[in-house]
Write a protein that binds this ligand. Structure first.
Ligand SMILES: [Zn+2]
Length: 351
């Protein structure tokens, strides 16, 4: 029973990871020498759009948005056509100029993707891989922030070279730091923060920025290091009690990072609600247990592991999990180990 549940969770997570790629990837591969310039302006009438609109996996694009949005189209340095909401584009140009003054060059990989475009992607996936697979891997049309025209995916130009692939862009954390420090001055925020997958539904994306047309609010969000969801109050977090206890082995920050990992994983358990998590104490993982954890994967050689206990309950809908419906689960165990990068790996969970 536990095994099948474990497999379904892993499968689910893999599919969700794939969804991140399809939903918000930087996948430009073609290279061409085209300069960045405004090419066309849509003459759609603007009754005004709400620059603070929240669009995520549970909040759809507001009605009439596509009728009211005014956009700019241009060709980026790799030859792709990019469409951006007009005001966001003006702010982006200012941001870009300010970054250039500091020796950082960026361009836009993708910005606006219409609901129809997203539907086309969904249809293609459905035809090729089936409806179930498509539903799980492609962002649902209407629920991608890229529909707004206010979400921009940046890429870097380093030493004259276009750096567009996610893995390559991730190699420049110091450049992203410079970029992120400037965002709020031009009304932008960073949207998908590290360790906040359980709130935003997306993994860390240093390149995905969002225009909100309000410098004060952007500054508040960026300085508090919170997500847009948290600022808007649509995410107050589940009423979870976390007890970190006392530890000589781990700092509070380390234990907090471990709890975030657990919450991220738990967030995908359909119909389950988290009540509490507590650190089981420095003596909770014996040498024998550590050896057992290492046996799960012959490639691992963890020297430190921690145990947490969780109370949660299931409701009427338990999705694909094998938990009982309407049931209280107490002292559910989680084992996490410190990996080579100093982060946490969830090694085992269950009774
Ligand atoms: Zn994006």
């Amino acid at each position: 029973m536990k095994k099948s549940f474990y497999v379904s969770i892993i499968l689910c997570l893999c599919l969700i990871t794939a969804a991140f790629t399809v939903g918000c990837g930087n996948d430009s591969t073609s290279k061409a020498d085209t300069s960045t310039e405004a090419a066309t302006v849509d003459d759609a009438k603007t009754d005004g759009i709400d620059y603070m609109a929240l669009v995520n996996k549970t909040h759809a694009l507001p009605e009439d948005w596509e009728k009211n949005i005014e956009t700019i189209k241009f060709t980026n340095t790799v030859g792709d056509d990019v469409e951006v909401e007009k005001k966001a584009y003006d702010a982006y140009l200012e941001l870009k100029a300010a970054l250039e003054a500091e020796g950082v060059t960026v361009d836009l990989d993708s910005a606006r993707r219409s609901v129809a475009d997203q539907q086309r992607i969904m249809d293609e996936f459905t035809k090729e891989k089936g409806a179930d697979y498509a539903a799980k891997t492609v962002a649902k049309p209407g629920y991608s922030e890229h529909h707004t025209g206010l979400a921009l995916d940046l890429y870097l130009i380093v030493d004259g070279k276009d750096i567009t692939e996610n893995e390559d862009m991730e190699q420049y954390p110091e450049i992203w730091e410079k970029i992120h420090a400037k965002l709020a001055d031009y009304g932008f925020i960073l949207r998908y923060l590290e360790g906040r997958e359980h709130i935003t539904g997306y993994g860390y994306e240093p390149w995905h920025i969002r225009y909100i047309d309000n410098i004060d609010v952007a500054k508040e969000i960026m300085s508090k290091d919170i997500t847009f969801e948290e600022y808007l109050g649509t995410y107050s977090g589940p009423q979870v009690t976390v007890d970190y206890g006392t530890s000589e082995l781990y700092t509070k920050e380390e234990l907090e990072a471990a709890v975030i990992q657990i919450k991220c994983k738990f967030a995908f358990w359909d119909g389950c609600e988290l009540n509490s998590i507590r650190y089981a104490g420095d003596d909770a993982v014996s040498e024998k247990k550590l050896a057992e954890l290492n046996k799960k994967d012959p490639k691992t050689n963890y020297s430190r592991a921690a145990k947490f206990l969780m109370d949660f309950h299931t409701g009427e809908n338990k999705g694909e999990t094998t938990f009982e419906t309407n049931h209280e689960y107490k002292d559910y165990q989680w084992y996490l180990a410190v990996n080579d990068e100093g982060g946490w790996d969830i090694v085992d969970f269950g009774y």
